[in-house]
Design a binder for this molecule. Structure first.
Ligand code: IMP
Ligand code: MG
Length: 175
């Protein structure tokens, strides 16, 4: 384990159990003839999405978006730039956004407003981690893996300065 890792919050087993639980819920909540497009927010949600969709027993399409907040502050400004837009046409489709962490909520607020303007059938959000105490806007999240306190975490796709994404568990790092 890296010297900078402070404490493991969620082990590989805990993550796998939660992913399975979320996959079952999602499978139950949609109809098998719904045209579902699962959209992963790069890069952090990549690992979660890959594991989650294998626990969803429904036909679905996969696409990705990459976004970045304007400015170089470590905090979300709410002004979001789309670095990579969707490849698929989503008009009439049921959209399920997959995110790693919802913090202030500003990134997903922008993204959902943007996607809702594309004449979609429905939109839901699934996040592995949620920091509700940090929220700066009103955002409805349909599926939450774990609620966490206001701490900086890494692993299972989530980075600090692009490092630690490949940790198989989720951990806090030393300040
Ligand atoms: P929001 O717009 O403030 O909700 O920003 C959410 C994004 O900030 C997440 O998708 C992450 O990329 C990043 N983020 C928020 N909290 C953490 C953290 O604890 N570790 C790593 N990245 C984080
Ligand atoms: Mg992210």
């Amino acid at each position: 384990m890296s010297k900078e890792i402070d404490k493991v919050l969620f082990s590989q087993e805990m993550i796998a159990d939660k992913v399975e639980e979320l996959g079952k819920k999602i499978t139950n909540d949609y109809n098998s003839d719904d045209e579902i497009v699962v959209i992963g927010v790069l890069k952090g949600a990549n690992m979660f999405l890959s594991d989650l969709i294998r626990k969803v027993d429904l036909p679905l399409y996969i696409d990705f978006m990459a976004v970045s907040s304007y400015g170089n502050s470590t905090e979300s400004s709410g002004v979001v730039r789309i670095l990579k837009d969707l490849d698929l046409e989503i008009e009439g489709k049921h959209i399920l956004i997959i995110e790693d962490i919802v913090d202030t909520g500003l990134t997903l607020k922008y993204l959902t407003e943007n996607l809702k303007s594309r004449k979609i059938a429905s939109l839901k959000i699934c996040t592995l981690l949620d920091k509700p105490s940090r929220r700066k806007c009103d955002l409805h999240i349909d599926y939450v893996g774990f609620q966490i306190p206001d701490a900086f975490i890494v692993g299972y796709g989530i980075d600090y300065a692009e490092k630690y994404r490949n940790l198989p568990y989720i951990a806090m790092i030393k300040e």
